[in-house]
Ligand binder design. Structure first.
Ligand code: AMP
Length: 590
């Protein structure tokens, strides 16, 4: 199929914020693309392979400018000037090609397959001479592209497609295209255990929804992590769990999913990036101490002083190195211990449908004793609040953040990708005024004044809505930043500044700069209040009002381990608002 059709779809998605319209649009398109479906889905997502394969397109703006210069006859300097003004090379490519008008005699029509193949080859090129070859591959596409096609090709090679298409929207579209709307749950389950939507779409196209049902967990391919809900007191947690549960230390580090495939080890982060190379010592010990031919284990990697046996607070580690964005690199330099708390798969058997106590036994049986760096998460079966309190305090003393309570009844399966009450977290901060820190997404920035001139005065922060994949604003965040951090923000955000609101963002406030949802910051506030301007939980408590966080403060912790979709959800804020009210009533009876 012509790539032009896909470019038109991309353009339509970009111009609407209505999720249902987008689902309708792409599901119809999916039905027409035939066996190019796989490439279509990757390109819609602005990539050439699933994230866990870690394939990057890796072309610099400078090179794209060179190619544009060759094709349009404009000087590189001129294009550079445009870039400063317009900020989006995709847009510039479109405008320049429109101006150019005359069509090259030899131009051939671009197909989806051609565009995908060139981009894939471009992504796989490295080493000497690769820059030139990358430029040729791009040039080969752009000289055959019409203006709209050029816009999206350029954005895709720069890994900045930014059309705001949520994964769940694609899930729904696959279900509708190759089955029926109600099959979305089946597609989602497949996505949770095999997070490659292009592959899933291809299976749906060739083998229908039954094909999707047969997708299995595969060692080497990450499973989306199961997540924990939260409740404001240990008592409520016990009640919710039916009077008894297993409590585990909540280690404060990085989620790590370890895959053993014979002697081959793969480690994935919570965002499903392959981080194997950053933890060679962990990989070695898994090879040596995990007693299984194939296995997938779930745990938390924590910086650790092996001499004193002390856990180091993760926060302290990320602050020590000043700022920014490579926690894994930091973890590499500091000894790390992994505390495993679950097992998902062993020797060819999917364990996700087994109850938690069974998995726990399986986990224990799978790890040989004597490893320094791989251990079992500490846990205790608890049925009384005072025992729970005691265990919680013990966890804090050991340097943990709190506890995660785990359901132990027969339905306590491993729910990949879900945040439900089978696991409930309870952190130290619940005891403070606003019960907990929250992880919020930056969606906009306001220019600073006075001492902050040249940087930002405040950021517009949002929560994630799991229902519709949108980001809804919940506060303006201006405190808690060091001067150095403030100075760095514009540089850090530069690549993510958008000309217009990202279609996934719902906001009544108009910031000076819109920022693509990407950065997640940990924030502590004083309380949650009703607000007429923020869109989080809008109209849920009171007509014309949303919920906002009062006196928010950046804790200094960048949650780079979380994707924007892992941020605190709208539902969690609602829950926190209710429990805060309950607490006020309890503290001031009558
Ligand atoms: P949060 O990041 O606050 O949403 O808390 C959930 C995270 O706690 C998980 O994604 C894990 O990375 C981490 N965690 C630490 N210890 C445990 C544990 N014993 N069970 C489950 N998750 C844990």
């Amino acid at each position: 199929m012509e790539f032009k059709k896909l470019a038109e779809i991309l353009s339509e998605i970009e111009s609407t914020t209505k999720r249902l319209e987008i689902v309708d649009l792409i599901s119809k398109f999916f039905k027409t693309v035939g066996d190019e479906i796989k490439y279509t889905v990757y390109l819609l997502q602005g990539k050439v392979a699933p994230d866990y394969e870690g394939i990057e397109l890796g072309i610099a703006e400078k090179q794209v400018i060179k190619v544009l210069s060759v094709i349009t006859g404009k000087k590189e300097d001129f294009i550079n000037q445009l870039l400063i003004k317009v900020g989006d090379l995709g847009q510039i490519a479109e405008d320049l090609l429109k101006e150019k008008k005359q069509v090259s005699l030899f131009s051939e029509e671009l197909t989806i397959t051609k565009v995908y193949n060139n981009l894939l080859e471009l992504a796989n090129k490295s080493g000497s001479g690769s820059q030139l070859r990358k430029q040729q591959l791009l040039q080969d596409l752009l000289q055959n592209a019409d203006p709209l096609e050029a816009k999206y090709i350029v954005r895709i090679v720069l890994e900045r497609l930014r059309i705001g298409l949520a994964d769940m929207t694609i899930v729904d579209a696959i279900a509708i295209a190759f089955g029926k709307k109600e099959d979305a749950d089946i597609v989602e389950r497949a996505y949770n255990i095999h997070p490659d939507l292009a592959e899933i779409a291809y299976i749906a196209y060739t083998r229908g929804i039954d094909g999707i049902k047969s997708i299995k967990i595969t060692p080497g391919i990450p499973v989306r992590s199961m997540l924990a809900e939260r409740l404001p007191s240990l008592e409520e947690i016990l009640q919710k769990m039916g009077g008894v549960c297993s409590m585990e230390y909540k280690y404060d580090g990085l989620r790590l999913q370890a895959h053993k495939i014979g002697d081959k080890i793969k480690l994935f982060s919570r965002r499903l990036e392959d981080v194997t190379e950053q933890f060679p010592e962990i990989a070695n010990e898994i090879r040596e101490f995990v007693k299984a031919e194939t296995a997938i284990l779930d745990g938390e990697a924590v910086p650790y002083n092996l001499d004193t046996g002390e856990m180091l607070p993760f926060q302290a580690v990320s602050q020590r190195r000043g700022r920014k964005y490579d926690v894994y690199e930091m973890a590499e330099r500091i000894p790390v211990v992994v505390f495993f708390f679950d097992i998902i798969y062993k020797n060819g058997i999917d364990l996700t449908m087994r109850p938690y106590p069974d998995r726990k036994v399986e986990l224990k049986n799978s790890i040989k004793e004597g490893s320094l760096r791989i251990r079992l998460a500490k846990n205790l079966i608890v049925s009384r609040t005072d025992d729970a309190e005691k265990f919680f305090n013990e966890a804090l003393e050991a340097g943990c953040e709190g506890i995660v309570a785990k359901n132990i009844n027969e339905n306590s399966i491993y729910r990949a990708g879900a945040r439900e009450y089978l696991w409930i977290k309870y952190k130290r901060d619940y005891q403070l005024e606003m019960q907990d820190t929250v992880d919020l997404v930056v969606v906009g920035a306001f220019s600073g004044q006075g001492r902050r001139a040249g940087s930002y005065g405040a950021l517009l922060m949002a929560v994630y809505s799991r229902q519709d994949g949108t980001f809804k604003t919940v506060c303006k965040l201006g405190s808690g930043f060091t001067d150095e951090q403030l100075d760095n923000l514009p540089r850090l955000f530069q690549k993510y500044i958008l000309k217009e609101r990202d279609p996934r963002v719902e906001s009544q406030m108009i910031p000076d700069f819109w920022i693509e949802p990407h950065f997640v910051l940990e924030v502590k506030g004083a309380e949650i209040t009703l607000s007429p301007i923020h869109t989080c939980c809008y109209g849920l408590i009171k007509e014309g009002s949303g919920l906002a966080i009062r006196f928010p403060r950046f804790t200094g912790r960048w949650r780079e381990d979380k994707s924007p979709e892992d941020a605190t959800t709208e539902d969690e804020i609602l829950e926190m608002y209710h429990s805060q009210k309950k607490k006020i009533i309890q503290d001031n009876p009558g």
